[in-house]
Write a protein that binds this ligand. Structure first.
Ligand code: ADP
Ligand code: MG
Length: 719
């Protein structure tokens, strides 16, 4: 057997299972080695039967070591079902163990033999217990059994037992996996070999070795990510861009049409942009700045300059709501200056779309649309510009590197401006946006007030409804954010509350901790309860799984003031502007990253109303409390982002890379949950050094192939 041996040649894998494996992206033995467990059952923690008398333990599956005391008896119940029953004991009691439809087990459990069983123990009183279909392994006194048992991501037709067996059959191949990480880097970072890492991630010897394995594999993900970002879509500067020059006088006409004066920071950003537009090298600039700092108007000024220079300008936003909001804000200003614009989203009626397409492509300047504002609908095939000049994307992190690179070329070497309110720590920004020039708006428009922030616990709940009511009574509006309802991965174990299950991401180098987490407030149910407590207010909810049209409708109603309390998952995170909203209430705030909380807080305090952010902490203990305290004292998004990176690791920031498809293709299995920013920084540093010597990885073909695989599965092109 080799690494490239097709999966169907493994014993017990026929056409059906092959198809199931393929569905999970597993085609070869090597793919299976890279199919990491999603969690581990903690079987090393052996309990006595009597401990099941404690109700706290009864909910979880536990390991017991029991000796068989009666001969297994097989009996037939209703129709074709059979039971195989026997008794086994430890020093604290006797357990009746039952298996279904596994008659052959009668030969496995011989009287006097000892096994480690793993499952739920029911207490029936008087030292009698039962277990049903537990997992089992023969136990020999003095020989230790592995403490951690892998639990794999599964699909229909593949059980955990099956996959464990197949992995075991391939595991000897781990040592034949080529270690593409340059040896000097491996040594400098004290990383184990890839062979060791692959063996230990599937069959950990102990917590420490599992940690060592994860560290190596996470490093690889960071390293390849950085190498890929350094080579994907990084083409030479595009020349032959349209030169867009306007006089001071013309620009002043635009600024005079605004109801306010630009801040110093906005003016500086605008002069950066203006300089770029006047050159025939395409602008490739990112405009960053905290929520509410006024990036949009800078983009609008840039669009105006392109139009005055005889070109067209496009503004692309990630959601329909945001695009509509931009259109509502900007199109009237443009119109007052004699500039024709339109809005194009997925909801634009077909007939209207046709008209817009024609007006964008019209060879007659007088019939042409100068400005188009829209969603990804702007990327659709029908959209062609007669005279493209500038493309602006809002909340850039939602778009992929490749989309960005092709956007300019597709539009006649147009200038490109991307805007982002997501503060990204410097080390990460360098990797993710290293090819962009950056203008930062580090000053808020005058008159903004600080959003008063409170961190409270359950004891405050009684007063919450009254606080909501008070804000609404004064004419304000309220956001309530609940964590998204988590989808539990399919599995043949009843996960959920099972505390014996340790997720792959958990860093349990010092052994497991099992804090009992309070139940999450699901948005839908929460909204219903809130509505019944506040019957005279209008409460509505939005969540990520709603149809976009439905979501847009609720958001529009909220913006129009028809809804007073909006309960949601984090879908409102991006860009929405409802100046009348004055209270942001976050449930289970301990579950959010600080940067996310900062974004959420930025949704209020956008108008003249005194605004509040209340962070409800339902668990997480002192650590969470200390972490959330940062929110009370810090209002600078960049400082918060750095804190977040240091405290939670890079996961929250890597998620945007989903835009380049890395996550979907399985490139981030460990990196996203890795909590140590140090490892990431080192990986990035090594990647940068390597690329400085070998920009195309020509001298590192193995590494190049790995990076290519990580990125090409996501549809990116490597230069
Ligand atoms: P963001 O940078 O988060 O996209 P926006 O562009 O949406 O922020 O601006 C937030 C609000 O600030 C808008 O209502 C906008 O009209 C207002 N604004 C922008 N610039 C100024 C300014 N110089 N003075 C006063 N208000 C401003
Ligand atoms: Mg914005």
């Amino acid at each position: 057997m080799y690494l490239h041996t097709p999966i169907h040649t493994l014993p017990g894998v026929g056409a059906t299972r092959k198809a199931a494996y393929n569905r999970m992206g597993i085609f070869t033995a090597e793919d299976l080695l890279y199919h990491f467990p999603r969690a581990y059952e903690h079987r090393g923690d052996v309990h006595m039967l009597a401990e099941a008398d404690d109700p706290a333990l009864r909910a979880s599956r536990v390991a017991t070591i029991l000796t068989v005391s009666t001969e297994p008896r097989v009996s037939r119940v209703k129709g074709r079902m059979t039971l195989c029953k026997f008794r086994a004991f430890d020093d604290s009691g006797t357990c009746e163990i039952t298996f279904f439809n596994q008659d052959y087990l009668r030969n496995t459990f011989a009287i006097g033999s000892t096994f480690r069983f793993f499952g739920k123990v029911e207490a029936n009183g008087k030292g009698r217990y039962t277990m049903t279909s537990p997992a089992y392994e023969p136990y020999v006194e003095g020989r230790s059994l592995p403490p951690l048992f892998p639990v794999y991501p599964l699909t229909d037709g593949i059980s955990n037992k099956m996959i464990t067996g197949h992995v075991a059959a391939c595991l000897s191949l781990a040592s034949t996996v080529e270690d593409d990480l340059p040896e000097d880097i491996r040594a400098a970072e004290h990383l184990c070999t890839v062979g060791y890492a692959l063996r230990e991630i599937h069959t950990p010897t102990d917590f420490q070795s599992l940690h060592t394995a994860k560290r190596r594999l996470a490093f690889d993900e960071f390293f390849r990510f950085a190498l890929g970002m350094g080579t994907v879509g990084r083409s030479a500067r595009i020349t032959g861009a349209p030169v867009c020059r306007v006089s001071d006088h013309e620009l002043d006409a635009f600024l005079a049409a605004l109801p306010y004066r630009l801040t110093g920071a906005q003016a500086r950003a605008l002069s950066d942009i203006r300089r770029d537009l006047e050159s025939d090298t395409a602008m490739n600039r990112m405009l960053v700045g905290d929520v509410g700092c006024g990036k949009t108007v800078c983009a609008a000024a840039a669009m105006y300059m392109a139009v005055r220079a005889g070109r067209q300008a496009a503004l692309m936003a990630p959601t329909g709501i945001l695009a509509s909001q931009h259109a509502a804000d900007l199109l009237p200003i443009f119109a007052s200056l004699g500039i024709r614009g339109a809005l194009l989203t997925g909801h634009t009626p077909a007939a209207q779309k046709k008209k817009i397409y024609a007006a964008l492509a019209s060879p007659v300047p007088a019939e042409r649309l100068d400005v188009i504002i829209g969603t990804q609908a702007l990327l659709s095939e029908g959209v062609a510009f007669a005279s493209p000049g500038l493309v602006v994307t809002d909340e850039q992190h939602r778009f992929g590197v490749n989309q960005r690179a092709t956007l300019s070329e597709k539009n006649g070497n147009a200038h490109l401006l991307v805007m982002s309110a997501t503060p990204i720590p410097r080390t990460l920004a360098l990797v993710m946006y290293g090819d962009l020039d950056v203008s930062r708006i580090d000053e808020m428009p005058p008159g903004r007030q600080r959003v008063d922030t409170f961190v409270v616990d359950e004891s405050y709940r009684a007063r919450l409804d009254a606080f909501i009511r008070k804000n609404v009574a004064e004419g304000g509006q309220v956001y309530v954010v609940c964590p998204a309802v988590e989808e539990t991965a399919e599995s043949d174990t009843d996960a959920g509350e099972d505390k014996s299950l340790l997720p792959l991401g958990a860093d349990f180098a010092e052994g497991p901790t099992a804090p009992s987490d309070p139940p999450l407030k699901a948005a839908v149910q929460y909204a219903a309860e809130l509505q019944s407590r506040l019957p005279d207010l209008t409460v509505a909810f939005v969540h990520g799984k709603m149809k976009p049209a439905e979501k847009d409708r609720v958001m529009t109603d909220f913006a129009a003031g028809k809804i007073q309390v909006l309960v949601s998952t984090t879908v409102i995170e991006v860009g929405v502007n409802v100046p009348n909203a004055c209270l942001m209430l976050v449930e289970n705030a301990e579950r959010f990253g600080l940067s996310q909380l900062h974004q959420l807080r930025g949704r209020v305090g956008r108008g003249t109303r005194r605004s509040y952010c209340v962070l409800l902490r339902a668990g997480g203990g002192e650590t969470a409390k200390a972490r959330l305290e940062v929110m009370r004292t810090t209002y600078d998004g960049y400082r918060i982002a750095e804190q977040d990176l240091a405290q939670r690791g890079p996961g929250d920031f890597l998620a945007p890379a989903a835009g380049v498809g890395i996550r979907q293709s399985g490139g981030f299995r460990l990196a996203e949950t890795w909590s140590d920013a140090e490892l990431m920084n080192h990986a990035f540093l090594h990647a940068r050094e390597l690329l400085a010597d070998d920009p195309t990885l020509a001298a590192h073909p193995g590494l190049r192939a790995e990076v290519e695989r990580m990125y090409s599965q996501a549809g990116n092109i490597l230069n």
